[in-house]
Design a protein around this ligand. Structure first.
Ligand SMILES: [Zn+2]
Length: 434
């Protein structure tokens, strides 16, 4: 029999301070799972939390899948009847993306029946970034609440307070409310956040809001078929199953490219003003130097959005600054660089209103930089022992033949990234198990 993470008890505690309710799950964890704590903790800024086992099961599901264990939940804790079915569907997608043959069995728990009401009030998972702002614009009439999670990408209370203040300002204009909550899952596991953990980590703890909403909207990261073929924690194929008897989940926005999303937001100065793309642990709202800041700024500059409308440091908001930072970007992950190829293609396809001289300059700079990237990325990974053999076999030209695509096309970059990622995590995990 497979080992299991055991969710032994659930406690709901009242707190003094910003977060009013704390839900604590006591866990018993096999050593191979490698959690750094035996308690899973969610906090909420409201009183009417409908605590249930689904929240914990979904939060732990990527961890259980990654370390190949089951989940057992105490009989006193309630959970949705169709949860095992949903877990099976999610695991089937992950097996395809990560090249595994695994199942996570869910045992125990007290089943609760559907209490979904016909009125459909939605909550939007909201980070203040490009993806969620674009969804907000499209879906604002059905959205009652913004759901903001602390402990996902913001760990610093000062930054949290700054983002909170900007969201509160926006809500004053739009008459929406925000539900703030937190999770400690990212702190207690080293299962890859981007590739598998984040949607479960964000959606799981939000499945207790059934007194207020019946649907949660999560915004798509990727575009069209990339969204379905990319090993990424949030996907249109999995997110809809991270739901409970009382709350459904919609993955929204795969029809919009990054450029289309930024264009959409740029029409609304109030939204653009709160846009937060930066994940650097810096004091600034957006640092203006990291890859994500540079990428977003270059698009806004090419769209000719003036500096006083954008939430970036004014000295960083210029094409000269961005182009001078290009060489630093070689250390970026290929996933991020796929967006730069998209920008290059948008420039080439004249989607920006530029003079010929401007267009040629940007084309030249981006092509040079992306050319370097192919080389650098391979060199760096050649140093890894287990990766060496694999990469020696798969130089760019051979990959071109393998994919039947030219190396400077967007499809090539996306396919390559997915291919390498799946292989990389598969091998890494295999070594850890050995
Ligand atoms: Zn930044």
């Amino acid at each position: 029999m497979k080992k299991a993470i055991i969710i032994q008890r659930m406690r709901v505690e009242k707190e003094e301070g910003f977060f009013k309710t704390r839900v604590v799950f006591d866990l018993k964890v096999p050593k191979q799972v490698g959690l750094s704590s035996n308690t899973l903790i969610f906090e909420y800024d409201i009183d009417d939390v409908k605590a249930n086992g689904d929240a914990a099961i979904f939060s732990l599901l990527p961890v259980a899948f990654w370390t190949n264990v089951d989940i057992v939940i105490g009989d006193a804790i309630s959970r949705s009847p169709f949860l095992q079915k949903n877990v099976g569907k999610i695991c089937a997608v992950w097996n395809k993306l990560f090249d595994y043959k695994r199942e996570v069995n869910i045992a125990g728990g007290r089943l609760f029946e559907s209490g979904r009401t016909p009125s459909l009030k939605s909550g939007l998972l909201f980070s203040g970034g490009v993806d969620s702002l674009a969804s907000y614009i499209d879906k604002s009439s059905e959205i009652e609440y913004l759901l903001f999670c602390f402990g996902a990408d913001i760990f610093d209370f000062n930054k949290f307070n700054e983002v909170k203040k900007r969201i509160d300002d926006l809500n004053m204009v739009l008459n929406k409310k925000t539900l703030f909550y937190s999770t400690n899952i990212r702190r207690i596991t080293d299962v890859p956040w981007g590739q598998i953990l984040h949607a479960c980590a964000l959606l799981g703890p939000a499945l207790v809001f059934s007194a207020r909403i019946q649907k949660i909207i999560i915004s798509s990261t990727d575009f069209q078929d990339i969204a379905e073929n990319h090993a990424w924690g949030s996907s249109p194929l999995t997110d809809k199953y991270i739901s409970s008897s009382n709350i459904s989940v919609e993955h929204y926005g795969t029809h919009l490219s990054r450029l289309e999303k930024i264009k959409k937001i740029s029409h609304y100065p109030a939204y653009l003003g709160i846009c937060r793309v930066c994940y650097q642990e810096s004091k600034q709202y957006n640092c203006g130097f990291c890859e994500k800041c540079l990428r977003t700024m270059v698009t806004l500059i090419l769209l000719r959005i003036p500096a006083n409308q954008v939430p970036f440091p004014s000295d960083a908001y210029s094409l000269d600054h961005i182009l001078s930072c290009m060489s630093r970007l070689k250390k970026c992950k290929p996933g991020a660089l796929a967006y730069w190829v998209e920008i290059l293609e948008d420039v080439k396809n004249k989607k920006f209103d530029l003079s010929d001289q401007e267009r040629l300059l940007i084309e030249q700079k981006l092509s040079d930089f992306l050319g370097d990237f192919y080389y650098e990325y391979q060199e760096r990974h050649n140093n890894l022992k287990f990766y060496k053999k694999f990469l020696n076999r798969t130089k760019t030209r051979r990959l071109e033949a393998f994919f039947h695509l030219p190396a400077d096309s967007l499809q090539f970059l996306n396919l390559w990234e997915r291919f390498l990622r799946a292989k990389y995590y598969y091998l890494k995990n295999k070594i850890r198990r050995a």
